[in-house]
Design a protein around this ligand. Structure first.
Ligand code: ISE
Length: 343
């Protein structure tokens, strides 16, 4: 294994892609997160890159992601461009020996993810952290600790709900799976320390608030290698807000995420509590924690958190689920052999 490259002092970060997600990462890294500062920003829309760079002292807008990766002041890279661009950018960062934080999905197909796994394996050290931020959420962490401690006995079932108020107009037929349920797929693997072996997709009557070509809501039914059954409701046009639920049923009890609202309001004969507007709101603490860990890992030269392999495994399950959506039948999930780097 090759020696690690540490970064002395403040990490100079280059952010590629400053749409919704990238802009949030840039804001966090450029303002207040200790040990990092944003030195370069790129976006397919140069005006947008310039506008974001202006809000970050010391950052400049560059025309392309390749320029960001090559810039001498850039020690590490955030890739938050659209998924189709990830492979090329992450490969370039690996080739330059620069650590990368890559938003999910790691790449659009399992084959593309495997090429990244191969490049990282050839480099001899982990350089990539994938943005599965839920692993840093206080609720999910507590849930995993309870399962690990045997508090509910061996897990048997898992029930998950993933609801968004509305999906963007560009949401494709597969995106409720590849973009939204991708988080639950990762959480199932991480929480149960197991792999998904089979997946089926059930499509109920379509909501009148969903576009005609979007199967919304839908339900993913997964079976893990150990035989745990997982159901995930994905409803990306639920209208009322952003809601995430998760319950693990074990042999002697259950453990679930508690409500994340801070207050209950009693008024005019009702008890109410607020619902998050979207994931930036619901998972704000998780985003802070994942980037803090990334910066720490860059400084000590050892990548941590969700790996390229995790990105690949999630993509493999999502691909099988997309097949199941079209066929209406259960699809097996085949995984490649896991390289030693990810043991
Ligand atoms: C979005 O891309 C995310 O990553 C959010 O966390 C998720 O809840 C949403 O459904 C996705 O579209």
């Amino acid at each position: 294994m090759k020696s690690r490259r540490r970064v002395e002092g403040t990490v100079g970060v280059g952010v590629i892609g400053v749409g919704l997600c990238g802009r949030e990462h840039a804001r966090r890294l450029g303002g207040g997160l200790p040990g990092a500062r944003v030195v370069a920003v790129a976006d397919a829309d140069l005006a947008r890159a310039r506008a974001v760079a202006e809000t970050l002292p010391g950052a400049r807008a560059l025309a392309t992601g390749a320029e960001v990766i090559a810039a001498a002041a850039v020690d590490a890279v955030v890739v938050a461009a659209p998924g189709a661009a990830h492979e090329e950018l992450v490969l370039a960062a690996i080739a330059a020996g620069k650590p990368v934080f890559c938003e999910k999905p790691l790449a659009p197909t399992p084959a593309a993810c495997l090429r990244l796994v191969a490049a990282e394996t050839a480099a001899g050290r982990r350089l990539v952290q994938v943005g599965f931020m839920r692993r840093y959420d206080a609720g999910y962490l507590a849930l995993r600790r309870a399962v690990d401690a045997g508090e509910i006995g061996p897990p048997l079932l898992m029930h998950c709900v993933h609801r968004n108020a509305t999906a963007p107009a560009w949401f494709t037929r597969e995106m409720p799976i590849t973009d939204s349920a991708a988080h639950e797929i990762d959480i199932v693997r991480w929480l149960l320390r197991d792999e998904v072996a089979e997946v089926t997709v059930i499509v109920p009557r379509r909501s009148g608030h969903a576009p005609a070509d979007l199967p919304d809501p839908l339900v993913l039914l997964m079976r893990t290698r150990a035989g745990v059954r997982v159901d995930v409701e994905v409803f990306v046009n639920c209208q009322y807000g952003y809601e995430i639920r998760c319950e693990v049923v074990g042999e002697t009890g259950t453990v679930s995420l508690a409500s994340t609202a801070d207050v209950l309001v009693r008024r005019a004969g009702r008890v109410t509590s607020p619902v998050a507007a979207d994931w930036r709101d619901r998972f704000a603490g998780a985003y802070d924690a994942e980037l803090a860990e990334w910066v720490r890992s860059v400084r000590c030269g050892r990548a941590a958190g969700p790996s390229c392999w995790d990105g690949y495994a999630a993509a493999a399950v999502a691909r099988a689920a997309c097949g199941a959506l079209e066929s209406g039948r259960a699809a097996d999930v085949e995984l490649a052999e896991r390289p030693f780097l990810y043991e």
